[in-house]
Design a protein around this ligand. Sequence first.
Ligand code: KIV
Ligand code: ZN
Length: 517
Amino acid sequence: MAEVDVRNGDRVIVFDTTLRDGEQSPGATLTADEKLEVADALAGLGVDVMEAGFPAASPGDFEAVRSIAARVKGVTVAGLARCNQADIERAAHAVRSAESPRIHTFIATSDIHLRHKLRLSREQVLDRVSAMVAFAKGFTSDVEFSAEDATRSDWDYLVEVFGRAVAAGATTINVPDTVGYTTPGEYTALIRHLQANVPGIEHVVVSVHCHNDLGMATANTLAAVAAGARQVEVTVNGIGERAGNTALEEVVMALATRRDVFGGAETGIRKERLVPASRLVSSLTGLQVQANKAIVGANAFAHEAGIHQDGMLKERTTYEIMNPTDVGWEGTKLVLGKHSGRAGFRNTLNEIGLRLDDAQLQEAYSRFLVLADRKKHVTAADLVALVSDQLAGEDDVLQLSRWNASLGSAGPASASVVVTRGEEELIGDGQGNGPVDAFFAAIDAAVGIACELEYYQVEAVTPGEDAQGRVSVRVRVGDGVYTGHGLATDVVEASARAYLAALSKVEQGRNATVAAA
Ligand code: KIV
Ligand code: ZN
């Protein structure tokens, strides 16, 4: 590991972009209410800066940033803007009521982007940087400038670009690895080159923003911190464009666990909220966390091999470098069966941090009994999925009441459904290319909403043949995009539930607009 540079002090600023770059993950679109829920969780987690969205992307994005800015306290709220007046004005307007507003403006600097995307010369980009950073400063003193595709840009040109941004008043300069191309050694050298050559860089915060295309986002981010960068741009669970962004939980725990290596550099994150925040983001976006994901994956603290279990029983630290309870995991491995009883069920929910009121608990218990009939062992992951699904569906106007689907080798699959909308029963029949397609056609016939299915994904909540399936869908109606998630041990039923959840949003006008950065 390279020698550690602590010239900017020990405190590393955590800039969370779950609601902007994270929300750009395929299939992860959130509604306005869901964004507020995530914003509250991020504030509780202790992030320093929250990038709430890209206000110029759509009216929905603008409104989400505006309401988050007005609501969260004790956190800087950033709005993203391209380097043009219209975007910057829009971002300024959206973050205006934040306690601490930030405009984050960016323009690409690599020749490949200049030539093919922007069709601007290097000189024109330099002028744009000076003018637009100065323009942004007219709205707020806190301005971040990013050189998109910095790691594929000419280093001496980058020095000029960042020099212009600093001279125009940027308070943070960000060096994105937009396409996940760099390596730890190369990134370290780039940060050092900038620190040595950009005039005035010692007066601003150097920030890093990495994508995970080659699986090195966390390693690159940490290398940059060791080289003196003092802001890390991250997302919960590492969600984001393509292979995702740097995972917040990984950087936070690497810095906390290896203080010896990182010269004591630390964040202000409340670590015991990492797992709850991960669960919330996963359940709202429908993007499941892989079981072996560091820190927040279901197996991150599970010990299978006999030798490991033996070591653990003798002394936990033989095989654990972090304490699972420090990052918000329940201490024990939880397994419930149908004989566990209501009290055991309630205790288990409490242990994994799920608090429900009496009515919700009753409903969750009924669902648990149905699940326990179909599945031998109900795990913590099952309960989290079950309760998230229940809570997410509470406001849905359309509920699946009864259904039937048939499939054979001769002819198309057919399905019939009964959907309730309040007191009303809606009945529909449909045929399709397989049971899910037939089910969707039957729902279309029952509900009468014309939509286009844009995205469909099935994942298992836990391993095993009797696992619950979680389905995520995204549908388009005109310009509106709506997501829905559904859970059941039967994937056909889970698909129908997800589809109805999305159509409920259409009915209720709970529009989730598309982010477009
Ligand atoms: O990856 C990237 O370059 C970005 C910028 C807008 C910071 O997300
Ligand atoms: Zn990015």
